[in-house]
Design a protein around this ligand. Sequence first.
Ligand SMILES: O=C(O)CCC(=O)C(=O)O
Length: 279
Amino acid sequence: MAALNMTTTKISNIADAYRKNGVIHLPGVLGNEVLELAYAAYQWSLNNPGPGAAALPNAEAGTFYNDLANPNSFGPYDTVIRHPDLISVVQRLFNGDNAWFMYEQVFKKSGGETRRTPWHQDTPYLPVEGQDLTVIWLSFASVAGDSALEFVAGSHQDTLFDGSRFDPADDTAPLYNHPDYPRLPDIERNRAAHNIVSWATQPGDVIAFHPSTLHGGGATAAGTQRETLSLRFFGDDAKVAGRPGAKVANPQRNTHPLNKIRANLPGSSFRHPDFPKIL
Ligand SMILES: O=C(O)CCC(=O)C(=O)O
């Protein structure tokens, strides 16, 4: 498996490497204090499911639970997203003066074997596009290389594919079936054709990726569990994107700005007063 040697990337080059590859491993950038705050916020999410909470389809015995953009999450996550360790990461990635928190997403794979997360990009599901977007992915326990999340380096600059329906019978089954969004390629069957990178991680590491970067993987074996958190931020270069037939879980209950902003004009600046400004 290819590996980008980001461990040796100089701090000043982080924004350049991130722009080029759409993903970067930042080892040991989060201290214990922010990890403890993040785990408390993660537990809050598990205990307070929002309108988007769901167990994703899983052919095996285990459960692949996820929840995202809970409209009540800004309070519980406030000390996490404003912690200097996190702010410093976001600042280095965007190399800019402004950054806002967009939303949280929690994943829990447990209770038996779980499937690989199908290869997908996040932006087809989201009303946003631009260069200054990032997903700060972290895990609360060590993740070995063979169950790590994987990425196709540089794919954020290529085709924006249709979303995956996460159908266990067909990873590439299209979400929209719309001519503007080609069907996802079967990356898993043709791995050698793609520049796939991944990293084993320790608590305190961050993998930051652009939400248009193709990613997938992270299966768990029976008897193990995986608790991971994605914190999503945007900066100056972020615009509203129109998506065909974008579905929002329980739209009438979903008062998150990520839902409200769908009413704004595609191409306009992605700004809403309810997104917390962290920088
Ligand atoms: O941690 C995982 O298994 C999935 C992460 C992911 O797909 C994401 O953060 O967008």
